[in-house]
Design a protein around this ligand. Structure first.
Ligand code: SDX
Length: 429
């Protein structure tokens, strides 16, 4: 990429720092030599102005509300393709041919079973354990089973581990759900596609045949596409940092799941639905809008705002359309939660506070209503987010491992603690 340079004066030192241009999006100032040249660090605790890596996978334009995966707009991928096609695109960088797609689907389908011993891990948890706690534990435990795909220096083992993660997450997520509700585990069926298989593993019971509703399977698949990857978000950055130490991919994905759980991140879909249920009726919306604006009230409108999007999250628009499809199919189009959500969105989008701060609905605002209507408890919402984001995590992890510039991530700090002082015996304190 063509380079120019940025000039920085600090005390007596003046440094020229190379500026690099990407294909699209903001330039970056390469500060790699800054400390050596000036003895100073940069300071950016929330990484609001920091590019942590170079990547070719996903591009977001927050001001325009644009999301591209390998250059393809999310709207087109969600409209025309399926989740495994998006997985192939994220992993390999190109849309698959028909033959490549058939082969990829076959390979993923034939990795969906987990080692039978895995089922023993679940019995150690309380039935009312949050399914995300179960996911962190069981996904981390995969590295105890699949020693033949933990050598990160072997490209073949990296690809096998990637396929295993994508293939097994639905099975493990469904097992976490079944354990949570006290029903027997349901094995994957190879004659079902990815999302239909997942719905069946969640909702089938041994007492009767389970017919997958194609409208719900398509909606599930589209929800997975919308959650697949999102540049260097908190959980992806966690996976990259964990992977930079050489930790195995299963352990890195478990770290990503742990980070996603937070209500400011992937936990927002669960928090957003709980918020809508707490509001209950449209007449109570003004009270909550006032609380969201009150500096002394920690309450925030869950499902609103985004670090990058200062426009409508393009995923949220597609999510809203999917919500209407699912509620229509299930005969819930008058769902009071949807009424509250649509009224809340309408009010918030015209309120000066939200307009000035550019707070728009994000993907988590509508996903919860849809997932609840499909039969999932709120505790499972972030599990579904983690299931879908696994492909993004693993694609970004692989890109980091294959980057010749890759080295262990080790940030520095601004130290504001005590200067050096001598130990005092307890008798003198
Ligand atoms: C995801 O990074 C990603 O890409 C994440 C994600 C992905 O796909 O990986 O897109 C998924 O995590 C979506 C975001 C889900 N989180 C929520 O919906 C939780 C509610 N949203 C907020 O907590 C917040 O908007 C964040 C965490 C999403 C973003 O926080 P920032 O960028 O640090 O912004 P901020 O907290 O500094 O807020 C800026 C201002 C503040 O007011 P001031 O201090 O400037 O006066 O906006 C206010 C905030 O108080 N604000 C809100 C608000 N979000 C921000 N006020 C009320 N309600 C909100 N939701």
């Amino acid at each position: 990429m063509t380079e120019t340079s940025a000039h920085l004066g600090l005390g007596d030192s003046k440094v020229d720092l190379p500026v690099r241009k990407g294909t699209i999006g903001p330039d970056v100032i390469d500060i790699g030599s800054l400390y050596k040249q000036t003895g100073a660090f940069t300071y950016d605790p929330g990484f609001t102005s920091t590019a942590s890596c170079e990547s070719k996978i996903t591009f977001i334009d927050g001001d325009e509300g644009v999301l591209l995966h390998r250059g393809y707009p999310i709207e087109q991928l969600a409209e025309h393709g399926d989740f495994l096609e998006t997985c192939y695109l994220l992993l390999y960088g190109e849309l698959p041919t028909a033959a490549q797609k058939k082969d990829f689907d076959y390979r993923v389908t034939h990795h969906t079973m987990v080692h039978e011993q895995m089922s023993r891990f679940f019995t150690g948890f309380r039935r009312d354990a949050h399914p995300m706690a179960v996911m962190v534990g069981t996904v981390g435990a995969l590295s105890a089973f699949y020693h033949d795909s933990t050598d990160i220096t072997d490209p073949h083992q990296r690809m096998v581990a990637s396929l295993r993660m994508i293939a097994k997450m639905p099975t493990i997520a469904a097992m976490a759900y079944k354990y949570h509700i006290g029903q027997p585990f349901v094995y994957p069926k190879n004659d079902l596609d990815y999302s239909a298989n997942f719905l069946r593993m969640c909702f089938a019971v041994p007492c009767e045949e389970y017919q997958v509703n194609p409208v719900l399977a398509r909606a599930m698949d589209r929800i997975f596409i919308l959650h697949a990857d999102h540049e260097q978000n908190a959980s992806t950055s966690t996976v990259r940092l964990a992977g930079s130490s050489g930790a195995n991919p299963f352990a890195c994905i478990a770290a990503g799941i742990a980070c996603l759980w937070g209500p400011a991140h992937g936990g927002a879909n669960e928090a957003a639905l709980n918020m809508l249920m707490e509001i209950g009726t449209p007449d109570r919306i003004p009270e909550y809008i006032a609380r969201a604006k009150d500096k002394n009230d920690p309450f925030r409108l869950m499902g609103f705002g985004h670090r990058v999007y200062k426009n409508y999250d393009p995923r949220a628009k597609i999510m809203q359309k999917t919500t209407h499809e699912v509620l229509g199919e299930l005969g819930h189009k008058d769902d009071p939660l949807l009424q509250v959500a649509m009224e809340l969105e309408k009010i918030a989008l015209t309120d000066d506070y939200f307009v000035e701060k550019k707070l728009y609905p994000n993907i988590d605002f509508y996903s919860g209503i849809t997932l609840k209507a499909m039969g999932f408890p709120t505790t499972m919402f972030t599990v579904l987010f983690a299931l879908a984001r696994t492909v993004g995590w693993i694609a970004q992890w692989a890109e980091m491992i294959e980057d010749p510039q890759q080295r262990i991530g080790r940030p520095r700090q601004l130290y504001t603690g005590e200067p050096k002082r001598d130990y005092l015996p307890i008798s003198k304190r």
